[in-house]
Design a protein around this ligand. Structure first.
Ligand code: NAD
Ligand code: AHE
Ligand code: ZN
Length: 370
C-alpha cells in the first residue's frame, strides 16, 4: 500500500513528509493504522545524529496509538479492529529475559530492531522509487500506517482516545514505571527529579501516586515550574539561581539527601549530581535520560562505597503487552492524568514544528494527529 510518512533522510535535517510504499504484514506481523503519535526527546536525539544506533533514511516515532487493519499468518493475539499501542520494548513471553522477573528487556527481536529492520531482516518501507527506508525502534509511528511484530503491540481499551493514550507508548509509562517498577518508591519518601519535561513530569505523577512526601523538581527552564506543581512537585530548584554548588543545596533541602533521585535530562553532569544528591547509606539514583554517543558518567567510587546506588530504566521497567493496557485503564478511570501535558496538537505536515517547540522548551508533549 501507499501511505504518508515523515521521513528522516539525514541526521540534523528536518523530516520530509512524503508518500511511501508499505508492504503487507508477513507471518507474525500486523498492519496498524496510526491515529496519533507523540514526539519524544529520544526522536530528537536520534534525528540530531547523537544516537550511536541512529540509521538513515528512517521513519522515526515510537509513541503511537492506532487500529489493527490486517494481520499476517499465525497472528492470534490481535485481530483487525483492535486498538493498540506499538511497543519499542516488546514482550514475547518466551525469551530468557521475559522469563526473568528482574527485567522487562525482551531481547527476542532487539538485534534486528536496532538495525532498523523487521525480525526477518527486511524493511517493509520504501520510497516510491523503491529505495528502502528503515524502521525505528521497531515502531515508526511517524507514518500513518506501519507494520509491527505481533509481540510489539499492546491491545488497549477500545474507547481510549488515541490522541491522549499514544503518550503511554513512551513518556507516561517510562516516568510512572521508573518510580513504581524500577525504584519501587515507598510511602513517605523524599525524591528529586532532574528535568521537568515529558518524562520528568510523569516521574512526578508517579511519585505522587506512590505517596512520596517531598518531591523536588530541578530544571534550568523556570517555565516548567507551574506544570510540575500541578502534578505534585513540592519544591522547585533552578540550578542557575542556586548560589554555590547544587549538590549540597539539594542535600540540605532534602534533610541529608533524597531517598530516590531521577535523571530525566540525558545530561551526564546532571546524572552525577543526581547520584550525589541521593542519601548516604541508602539513596538510589535512577537514570532515565539517554546520553549522546561518546558521553560517559563518572563519580567518586566513594559515593557508591557509602551506600548510594546507581540504576537505569528503559520503558519504566514495564512489560508492554501486560502493563500498557493497565496504564490505559488507569487513565480511563481517572487515576492518572495525561491531557494537560499534551500542550500542542499538530498535523503530520507540521511535525517539524513539534521538534522546534521541544528544542525551544515551549512544549511538554506535542502530539501529531493523523
Ligand atoms: P524534554 O525535552 O521534554 O525534557 C527535558 C527537560 O530537561 C527540559 O525541561 C529541560 O529544560 C531540562 N533540562 C535540560 N538540561 C537540564 C539541566 N542541565 N538541568 C536541569 N534540567 C535540564 O525531554 P523528555 O521527552 O522528557 O526526555 C527526557 C530524557 O529521557 C531524554 O534524554 C530522553 O531521550 C529520555 N527518555 C528515556 C526513556 C527510557 O526508557 N530510558 C524513555 C523516554 C525518554
Ligand atoms: N540507541 C541509544 C540508546 C537509546 C535508548 O536507551 N533507548 C531506550 C528507550 S528511549 C525511549 O524514548 C531503551 O529502551 N533502551 C533499551 C534498548 O534496548 O534500546 C544508544 O545509546 O545506543
Ligand atoms: Zn520515548
Amino acid at each position: 500500500m501507499r501511505t504518508k510518512a515523515a521521513v528522516a533522510f539525514e541526521a540534523g535535517k528536518p523530516l520530509e513528509v512524503i508518500d511511501v510504499n508499505l508492504e503487507d504484514p508477513r507471518a507474525g506481523e500486523v498492519l496498524v493504522e496510526i491515529k496519533a503519535t507523540g514526539i519524544c526527546h529520544t526522536d530528537e536525539f536520534t534525528l540530531s545524529g547523537a544516537d550511536p544506533e541512529g540509521l538513515f533514511p528512517a521513519i522515526l516515532g515510537h509513541e503511537g496509538a492506532g487500529v489493527v487493519l490486517e494481520v499476517g499468518e499465525g497472528v492470534t493475539s490481535v485481530k483487525p479492529g483492535d486498538h493498540v499501542i506499538p511497543l519499542y520494548t516488546p514482550e514475547c513471553r518466551e525469551c530468557e529475559y521475559c522469563l526473568n522477573p528482574k527485567t522487562n528487556l525482551c531481547q527476542s527481536i532487539r538485534e534486528t530492531q536496532g538495525r532498523g529492520v523487521m525480525p526477518d531482516g527486511t524493511s517493509r518501507f520504501s520510497t516510491l522509487d523503491g529505495d528502502p527506508i528503515l524502521h525505528y525502534m521497531g515502531c515508526s509511528t511517524f507514518s500513518n500506517h506501519t507494520v509491527l511484530p505481533e509481540i510489539a503491540v499492546a491491545k488497549i481499551h477500545p474507547d481510549a482516545p488515541f490522541d491522549k493514550v499514544c503518550y503511554i507508548g513512551c513518556g507516561v509509562t517510562t516516568g510512572i514505571g521508573a518510580v513504581i517498577n524500577t525504584a519501587k518508591v515507598e510511602i513517605g519518601s523524599r525524591a528529586i527529579v532532574f528535568g521537568l519535561g515529558g518524562i520528568g513530569l510523569n516521574v512526578i505523577q508517579g511519585l505522587r501516586l506512590a505517596g512520596a512526601d517531598q518531591i523536588v523538581g530541578v530544571d534550568i527552564n523556570p517555565e516548567k515550574r507551574a506544570m510540575a506543581e500541578r502534578f505534585g512537585m513540592t519544591d522547585f530548584v533552578n540550578p542557575n539561581e542556586v548560589e554555590g554548588d547544587l549538590v549540597p543545596y539539594l542535600v540540605n533541602l532534602t534533610k541529608g539527601g533524597a531517598d530516590y533521585t531521577f535523571d530525566a535530562t540525558g545530561n551526564v553532569q546532571v546524572m552525577r549530581a543526581a547520584l550525589e544528591s541521593a542519601h548516604k547509606g541508602w539513596g538510589e539514583s535512577i537514570i532515565i535520560g539517554v546520553a549522546p554517543a561518546g558521553a560517559e558518567i563518572s563519580t567518586r567510587p566513594f559515593q557508591l562505597v557509602t551506600g548510594r546506588v546507581w540504576r537505569g530504566t528503559a520503558f519504566g521497567g514495564a512489560r508492554g503487552r501486560t502493563d500498557v493496557p493497565k496504564i490505559v485503564d488507569w487513565y480511563m478511570q481517572g487515576k492518572i492524568e495525561i491531557d494537560p501535558m499534551i500542550t500542542h496538537t499538530l498535523t503530520l505536515d507540521e511535525i517539524n514544528k513539534g521538534f522546534d517547540l521541544m528544542q525551544e522548551g515551549k512544549s511538554i508533549r506535542s502530539v501529531v494527529v493523523y
